[in-house]
Design a binder for this molecule. Structure first.
Ligand code: ATP
Length: 323
């Protein structure tokens, strides 16, 4: 099959490195004489025919910018068959041979729906939560953790000077990666993540242990939605006699320029994407494991074996909790 026109969209939450990926895709497409279109606003724009032709000039200065120049949207209607059918028809009318989707697991489900309508799709993992378990890393995760770490370190310094404890909430509703990596990197004391949930009583018990044995004001990192951190901070103040504050790390995790690691990842993912397209191999998701880029069927990527760094979690436990 001869490939002449490709398109790319970004979907779900924005992730640092999406723009870098777009930059590389457009530059390689130019070298290979492929026409490349951006679809604005994710699947919503695909349904509404929001295509824009991209060229190297348009993407020249986007590589180091967070967010996504193609914008993104949450568009629940894409779960309806007729909406996917019309979107596939839009791609056919535009004579797009392959669609590249950059996003998280929801976006991958949308990609599978398009494959079922006969569209050639390549999926690239872009989600700060890092919750696509077939790959070690998703675009945006490294930058988000680094952002969370610098926020936590700054707040920790002031809390420690005042002998206060602090409870942080970080992003990652169904995935504790941001919580784990940021807690390890900033030497926090207690963690609460969905992969190894603890009860409120256990959390309080661990904080008490820290107060009694470590001789410093404890720092707690909680993955989004595990607990109401305001209530937890109040209860910890009551139960431990240490004054506890709470802090939601929030959108700062999504903002800012991509880290070098995320940019390098973007480059590797984009190169493999174009290689697959040139080889006529479609409906694949790109990933990286043990520093090697690979690709698997998109549907299989969604049901891949769980890949959580329990070794790092155990190390954290060893450093922080009694047996
Ligand atoms: P993030 O991890 O950053 O939240 P995501 O890709 O998982 O990214 P979602 O909001 O879950 O973000 O999904 C993005 C979009 O993908 C949805 O708004 C919807 O358009 C589409 N989508 C999600 N789930 C499905 C599904 N089951 N079938 C078809 N399309 C879907």
């Amino acid at each position: 099959m001869e490939i002449n026109k490709i398109a790319v969209l970004t979907s779900g939450g924005d992730a640092q490195g999406m723009n870098t990926t777009i930059n590389i895709l457009v530059r390689i497409a130019a070298l290979r004489k492929l026409e490349i279109f951006g679809v604005m606003n994710g699947y919503k724009g695909l349904y509404n025919n929001e295509f824009v032709e991209l060229n190297t000039e348009m993407v020249a200065n986007i590589s180091s910018i967070g967010g996504t120049i193609l914008k993104t949207a949450r568009f629940e209607d894409f779960m309806k068959k007729e909406v996917v059918e019309k979107s596939a028809e839009n791609l056919r009318k535009m004579e797009i041979d392959v669609l590249i989707v950059i996003g998280g697991d929801g976006s991958y489900r949308g990609a599978v729906s398009l494959v079922r309508e006969g569209i050639n799709v390549i999926a690239i993992p872009g989600t700060i939560d890092n919750d696509l378990r077939y790959t070690n890393k998703c675009l945006g995760f490294d930058t988000a953790v680094n952002n969370a770490c610098s926020y936590i370190e700054n707040v920790k310094q002031t809390m420690s000077s005042l002998n206060r404890g602090v409870v942080f909430e970080v992003m990652g509703r169904y995935c504790g990666d941001i919580a784990l990596y940021s807690a390890v990197s900033t030497a926090c004391d207690i963690i609460a993540i969905p992969e190894k949930p603890i009860t409120k009583e256990e959390l309080i018990d661990r904080v008490k242990y820290c107060v009694e044995n470590k001789n410093h004001s404890p720092t707690v990192v909680i993955a989004e939605k595990m607990f109401d951190i305001r209530e937890i901070a109040e209860e910890l103040t009551k139960e431990t006699g240490v004054d506890f504050k709470y802090s939601i790390v929030g959108y700062i995790q999504r903002g800012g320029k991509p880290s070098v690691a995320d940019k390098a990842l973007a480059m590797q993912f984009a190169v493999r994407t174009i290689e697959l397209i040139e080889d006529g191999i479609f409906n694949r998701a790109i990933g990286i494991r043990d520093d090697k880029v690979f690709d698997i069927e998109i549907e299989k990527a969604l049901s891949a074996e769980y890949n959580f760094n329990y070794d790092l979690l155990n190390l954290f436990y060893m450093l922080n909790y009694k047996k």
